[in-house]
Design a protein around this ligand. Structure first.
Ligand code: CP3
Length: 336
């Protein structure tokens, strides 16, 4: 569950007075925050505490993560000269990340760590807009209006994204997730022509490392077949499905796109965490039942945890999932 930690009092306590990006640069703190939801909820995997803009900061871009807003870029990227300010990412710029991954993996024991990166389109959307945006007009205007500049920008971002994924896996992460959170702003033909080859390049950066790769976006119902094998490249093992598409239908679209069965991840609507318990539990069981009709299912929310979510409610969700899958859990996590 992305950003599951931020609804926890123990997270707020250790983050007090430490800005988000600064917290991502302190391996001991990253380790503590990554472990908090695992300790509290007993979830089956940890997600690395960092952010999709951390590798952009690592190459020297001036940006901040503003509480309640998200990433804000000091000088937005709009021209060829702006693009030239973005260097390639080299592993030696990520020692704070790899130190943290090693510490976490040592603490986690058998529980897997999921590493991640932002996909080129979603990273570009922050860089071009200068911050979060509802409609991504400037981003789409650049993509269509200056395709040479756009593709050059996405090539650079695919290198950065791929290098960030690779560093995490080489330091011990057992799976990766590529977040293309905002790519649902495009229609399928736009996705194919403007985005897919670059997402494939980012995922291909860990092709030889033998880790499962999850590809995630929101509002992507029309894109699922393409996201299952972007640019026709076989680089996705698990396809994220948001709450707008039933999981079994998502699995059908994934198979149509990839030409083979993929597992799916999702897709409880995070809004239901705020609904009465009986409504929530019924919805969790519906997701689990739909997941049983797919080739493989990773339970998750359809998007991130709202900051105001009640930790007790999240515990209830985790317990419902575990009650549904005792046999499968034993395969992954033998009980001593
Ligand atoms: O759960 C985790 O802590 C895992 C680490 C993680 C974070 N961000 C930490 C974070 C992950 C996997 C992300 C990914 C991320 N960051 C995405 C892709 C996933 C998705 O949700 O779509 C995106 C689009 C971002 C950019 C970003 N960073 C946003 C939109 C926000 C939220 C802004 C807000 O306050 O509403 C952030 C900040 C952020 N990243 C927080 C955390 C824990 C909240 C910081 C805080 O206020 O404590």
């Amino acid at each position: 569950m992305r950003q599951a930690g931020r609804s926890l009092p123990e997270y707020r306590a250790v983050r007090a007075g430490v800005p988000m990006l600064e917290s991502c640069r302190r391996p001991e703190l990253v380790t503590e925050i990554t472990l908090q939801p695992v300790r509290r909820y007993g979830v089956d995997a940890a997600i690395f505490y960092s952010d999709i803009v951390v590798p952009l900061a690592a190459v020297g871009l001036d940006l901040d993560i503003v509480p309640g807003t998200g990433p804000v870029i000091a000088e937005p990227v709009r021209t060829r000269a702006d693009l030239e300010r973005i260097p390639e990412l080299h592993p030696d710029q990520l020692t704070h990340v790899t130190d943290a991954v090693r510490m976490i993996v040592a603490e986690l024991g058998d529980t897997p760590l999921i590493g991640f990166a932002g996909a080129p389109f979603t990273l570009a959307s922050y860089l071009v807009e200068g911050g979060p945006s509802r409609d991504l007009h400037r981003t789409k205007a650049m993509a269509h209006g200056d395709p040479d500049l756009w593709h050059a920008l996405l090539r650079r971002l695919a290198q950065i994204s791929g290098a960030f994924l690779r560093a995490q896996v080489e330091a011990g992460a057992s799976a990766v997730q590529l977040f293309d959170s905002w790519v649902g702003a495009l229609p399928a033909d736009g996705y194919r022509g403007l985005v897919a080859p670059h997402s494939a390049a980012a995922l291909a950066a860990v092709a030889d490392l033998d880790v499962p790769r999850t590809h995630f976006g929101t509002g992507t119902g029309e894109l699922l077949a393409d996201m299952a094998a972007p640019a026709g490249v076989d680089c996705v093992d698990v396809l994220g499905v948001d709450f707008r598409v039933p999981l079994d239908e998502g699995a059908r679209r994934a198979r149509a796109g990839a030409g083979r069965a993929l597992a799916v991840q999702g897709n409880l609507d995070p809004a239901l965490l705020l609904a009465p318990a009986d409504v929530l539990v019924r919805a969790v069981r519906e997701v689990l039942a739909a997941g049983d009709r797919t080739p493989g299912h990773v339970f998750n929310l359809g998007h991130g945890v709202p900051p105001g979510a009640d930790p007790g409610v999240l515990q209830r969700v985790v317990d419902e999932v575990h009650a549904w899958t005792p046999a499968r859990r034993e395969v992954g996590h033998p009980v001593a």
